[in-house]
Structures are given as structure tokens and as C-alpha cells.
Design a binder for this molecule. Sequence first.
Ligand code: PNS
Length: 167
Amino acid sequence: MTTTHRRCVCPGSYDPVTMGHVDVITRAATLYDEVIVAVLHNSAKRGTFGVDERLKLLHTALATLSNVRIEAFSGQLLVDICREAGAQAIVKGLRGGTDLAYELPMAQMNRHLSGVETVFLPGDPRFGHVSSSLIKEVAALGGDITGLVPEGVRAALQSRTGNPKGI
Ligand code: PNS
């Protein structure tokens, strides 16, 4: 019997990582031998969090997952990242129809370019309303984001604003 090391890539901006991301990555880690969390960033744009801080927040949030590797990439096609990593699949979460409409052409393009498959996991309804951009908006305007982001992210947002709720 031959055994194959099954690897997938979970790509994203992770600016910052949310509990929705953590849920999808945790589930991917049960389906694959190894998960590469690929932080894709634009080197010309800083984003809200710099890439080093995004990586640090991800490392803390995913510390208990022994088969997860976290790496940053810039200026590369996702399919090339997958090929170089030896990954057979891209894993993404879908919160609903809007996500599907956004993700489907990317999945089809990636399959067209290299044959790599995209595996969609249904998002946990507890996090259906959670996105990095909404988290930042709610936090900036004084809302409570507890439980929607890892504790380190809440603390990082809090230290930027001085608001104890993570704002
Ligand atoms: O967290 P995000 O911002 O929704 O992540 C989007 C991301 C980075 C996964 C997406 O923009 C992407 O896959 N970029 C890679 C660039 C690429 O390969 N584009 C062409 C094929 S679709």
C-alpha cells in the first residue's frame, strides 16, 4: 500500500486572523496531514497589521495545531505557492452565497491554471457574520469583538485604541 502525504493550503490576507479562519484551519488540519497557512500580502501596501504581526497573531492562535505551518508570500500566484509546497488542494471556508460568488471564479481559474482543486468547507454559523474588515470596523467604533477573534487579536486591537473591549 502506498501512502501519500496530503497537504493543503489555506490562503488569505489574515489582516487579522478571525475565529472563522481558526475554525476552517482547524478543520482542514483534521482532513490533511499538513496545512500550510499562506499569508498573501501586497508588499506595496502595509494593510492594517504588518505581515510580521499577522504571522505572530496566527502563530499564537494556531499554537495547538502541530501539523500547521504558517508562511508569508507576496507577488506570487496561489497555484505556484501550492506547487512549490507540494499541496494537492486549496481549502477555503464559505460563509454564504456571497462568498461562493467571490470564490467560485478563483477556484475555477486556479484549476484551469494548474489543476489544483479547491475544497470548500461550510463556515460555522457562529462565525457567519465575522470578517477581518467587519471586525476592524466594529472594534474601531467601540463594539465588543470578544469571542469573534483570538484573544491575541483582541488584545492587539485594544492596544491600538486603548478600549478594553478590543477597540
Ligand atoms: O483573505 P482574503 O483577502 O479574502 O484572501 C484573498 C486571497 C489572498 C486568497 C486571494 O486574493 C488570492 O488567492 N490571491 C492569490 C493571487 C492569485 O493567484 N490570483 C489569480 C488566481 S485566482
